[in-house]
Design a protein around this ligand. Structure first.
Ligand SMILES: [Zn+2]
Length: 205
């Protein structure tokens, strides 16, 4: 860790650590509390992350419907699963799981936005109709967690080039982008098209 990584004080407090056996191997889980609002966030890591080689990283924002309920409205669940599998294959990596439901608008607003999507709006139009930001996530939290884990260089698992810029702006050294390949289904085709066309996500075939 270099001194210039500490331009500001951490938004988080490290609270607790445990081991977490998963379907994709044994991880260590570290829990943090966001000082401003008491929200909790976690990092899961596998392998020796203290060596200087860039670390495989997924920064995943909570999606209750996709991550826990297997919703087919989005691709969050399969992306999270793909990240676990890639880390297992490499034997080393980190998943930062930020509790920023619905791109930061919260669960109830997300349900309202889904209701508008039921009526034909896309994910961007629905947020605008509700006077909500299209993206209210704070990726400084990810930077603070990486600082806490003493990680300087990452290979980011994402399809979203904006996320690379956002993370770079927050001070994270992204040396490589690893595409996350997932299959579409009839229910999320429109959502993924919107991500591609309006949010400029990349989907490699
Ligand atoms: Zn989702």
């Amino acid at each position: 860790m270099t001194a210039n990584n500490h331009s500001s004080q951490s938004l988080l407090k490290r609270e607790a650590t445990c081991s977490l056996p998963t379907e994709w191997g044994k991880f260590t889980m570290v829990g943090y509390t966001e000082l401003a609002n008491n929200k909790d966030h976690v990092a899961l890591y596998m392998g020796d992350i203290t060596t200087p080689e860039p670390v495989l990283l997924r920064v995943h924002s909570e999606c209750l419907t996709g991550d826990a309920f297997f919703s087919q409205k989005c691709d969050c669940g399969p992306q999270l699963e793909a990240a676990f599998k890639m880390i297992q294959a490499e034997g080393r990596g980190v998943i930062i799981y930020l509790r920023q439901e619905g791109r930061g608008i919260g669960l109830i607003n997300k349900i309202k936005a889904y209701h508008l999507q039921d009526q034909g709006l896309d994910t961007v139009e629905a947020n605008l109709a509700l006077h909500l930001p299209i993206d209210a996530r704070n990726f400084q939290l990810a930077k603070d967690i990486l600082d806490d884990l003493n990680i300087n260089e990452v290979k980011l698992m994402t399809n979203n080039p904006n996320k690379i810029d956002t993370l770079k702006d927050s001070g994270i050294n992204v040396v490589e982008r690893i595409p996350v390949i997932i299959e579409t289904n009839p229910n999320n085709e429109k959502y993924i098209q919107t991500k591609k066309n309006k949010l400029h996500h990349l989907f490699d075939d």
